[in-house]
Design a protein around this ligand. Structure first.
Ligand code: ZN
Length: 185
């Protein structure tokens, strides 16, 4: 992976390494994600990608994958909400990659993973982040490249979590069963 700049002493700009994906970038002083799984620079890159999704790319299908992949790659287990979030977003990746579900159906189903908001054990060990980062998605040249990179990066994140795929599939099945009972049409 390419890193910005050389090895020489950075004049004033300190570098940061994202705890979630390993992205090396000039340290920013902005916020990180709600569960403290990212560096400020990485979170800023994610928000730029989201802005492109809602703006010039007109909310493409790959948007759901991008959100699910980002939150999965930057997993933390610091609060009950953080622990649920990792699992919910991994279920999203499963539904897309292994069940071929569309974004709208995935969005509806993710609310059925933990409707009771119960606490869950941390999904450990967290795997290495995989070879790709959101910065690579952000560097896409056009909408087609954006979709291609977003999908490839999301698949690399899903693959990295292979040791936990069984648990994620079973959560998805439970959510699907609840969705059937909910009877929404
Ligand atoms: Zn990151």
């Amino acid at each position: 992976m390419k890193h910005a700049g050389g090895d020489g002493p950075a004049d004033r700009e300190a570098m940061s390494t994202c705890p979630g994906c390993g992205l090396a970038a000039p340290a920013g002083d902005g916020p990180c994600d709600p569960y403290s799984g990212s560096s400020a620079a990485c979170w800023a890159a994610f928000n730029q990608v989201v802005a492109k999704d809602y703006g010039e790319y007109r909310y493409p299908a790959v948007h759901q994958l991008i959100v699910d992949a980002y939150m999965s790659q930057h997993a933390t287990f610091v609060t009950p909400a953080a622990r649920r979030s990792v699992l919910v977003h991994l279920v999203g990746l499963h539904l897309a990659f292994e069940r071929g579900m569309e974004r709208a159906a995935i969005g509806r189903l993710l609310g059925q993973v933990f409707p009771d908001k119960r606490d869950v054990p941390p999904l450990t060990p967290k795997p290495p982040p995989g070879p790709l980062t959101i910065a690579w998605v952000l560097a896409a040249g056009d909408a087609e490249d954006h979709a291609r990179r977003g999908r490839a990066w999301a698949l690399s994140v899903w693959t990295a979590w292979a040791d936990h795929h069984g648990q994620i599939r079973s959560l998805a099945e439970q959510a699907l069963a609840r969705g059937d009972h909910a009877g929404a049409g």
